[in-house]
Write a protein that binds this ligand. Sequence first.
Ligand code: FE
Ligand code: FE
Ligand code: ZN
Length: 169
Amino acid sequence: MGIFTSIELNTMEDLFVTQIEDLYDAEKRIVEALPKMVEGATSQELRQALNQHLDQTRNHVIRLEQVFAGLGRDAKGETCEAMKGLLKEGEEMLDAKGDPEVKDAALIAAAQRVEHYEISGYGTARTLAEHLNLNQAASLLQATLDEEKEADEKLTEIAESEVNLRATQ
Ligand code: FE
Ligand code: FE
Ligand code: ZN
């Protein structure tokens, strides 16, 4: 949500729209950021997981456009200050020097913060859509939520198996 924009909330649909606009901006930023993360990662498994999530994320943008369309609205993003900040922190990790395996672990940590933010946002948006009886929107948002959770679990798996174990040797 933009810090300097004042939003008007009269109905739960107004709230739903602000949530969707925030997610739309966030997802577009993630599409921009993920290729840099892939480039900065060393582990093949991590690169592959980030690349796969890039494909999924492009689809998250499309699903949100479908949600906007279902509301009879144009897709519009409202600056997500939180995602800007999370991705900026991720970029600090990309610029870090040192052991590539430790850096991979740092990239996973940054990526998981992003996933958790999304999981929270989509959970809320899905619940609001259900409350508003926007069934198509609810199932689109649930589909994305499921993929965010899977991406998060995959990152945990990589962190626990490969990256962190080798880095602590
Ligand atoms: Fe996403
Ligand atoms: Fe936000
Ligand atoms: Zn994601």
